[in-house]
Design a protein. Structure first.
Length: 247
């Protein structure tokens, strides 16, 4: 996958994109990442990329020329396979399904806004617009890092074991089940006996039921979108009965 990031602060990406799984994937050639400072495309003698908004108002607005010039220089804007993503609080909320869809793309570009906002005409040069939540950050750099991490871990070869992410929270529409490792007893807290049984089917059922239980208790909204089968419906009924007994 080829990734290009357009930002005023390229140094922010050095650590996150060069470490852990993403760093290893870049070393292997699975990912190609370039961070472009669109200030380099300013024609202003002071290299300014923002100006006061027409009509007045607080703050400064990013001008279209530097960003669009950078996009035209680094991307083929006529390439149908090229996704250009604008990070904005007004975009649709990024989720696991969006990560899955974008992980199948070959070319991704991220445009990181800053200051009070950006000239509306920049939107004419992007293909998608995303937000990572209903809150405001100082710029699009952190959202871009979050999206890149979430997307790239789904790219074949980045994570060795496919099961490692297929059982993640949200991948199947539920929160992930609890995990345990050594020691078996930690300060009086025991690992559930069933996980020590070696009975794979019982372990599978326990994990799925605990995944449903955790989702019901912490994110019941996810259950409304989850495609239930007979087993999950039966387990949910059991969980609700168990919870009723403890009230």
């Amino acid at each position: 996958m080829e990734i290009k990031v357009f930002s005023l602060f390229p140094e922010m990406f050095t650590g996150p994109l060069g470490s852990s799984l993403l760093g290893k994937a870049r070393e292997k050639g699975i990912l190609s990442v370039e961070v472009i400072n669109f200030r380099d495309y300013s024609t202003n003698k002071h290299k300014a990329v923002d100006d006061y908004p027409f009509g007045g108002g607080a703050g400064m607005v990013l001008q279209p020329e530097p960003i669009v010039s950078a996009l035209r220089d680094k991307l083929d804007l006529n390439d149908a396979e090229q996704e250009i993503i604008l990070l904005s609080p007004q975009g649709k909320v990024f989720d696991q399904e969006a990560a899955r869809q974008l992980s199948q793309k070959k070319k991704l570009a991220f445009v990181c806004g800053h200051y009070e906002g950006f000239d509306e005409r920049i939107r004419s040069f992007v293909t998608q617009e995303y937000s990572i939540g209903d809150y405001v950050l100082t710029g699009g750099e952190l959202p871009a890092m979050v999206m890149i991490d979430s997307i790239c871990r789904l790219v074949p070869g980045v994570i060795k074991e496919q099961e490692s992410y297929e059982e993640d929270s949200f991948y199947q529409g539920l929160l992930e089940y609890p995990h345990y490792t050594r020691p078996q007893n930690f300060e009086g807290m025991e690992v559930p006996e069933i996980l020590l049984s070696g009975h794979h089917e019982n372990i599978r059922r326990w994990r799925r039921k605990e995944s449903l239980r955790r989702t019901l208790l912490r994110r019941p909204d996810l259950l409304q979108k989850y495609e239930h089968d007979k087993e999950s419906l039966k387990m949910l009924a059991e969980i609700e009965a168990e919870l009723a007994e403890t009230e």
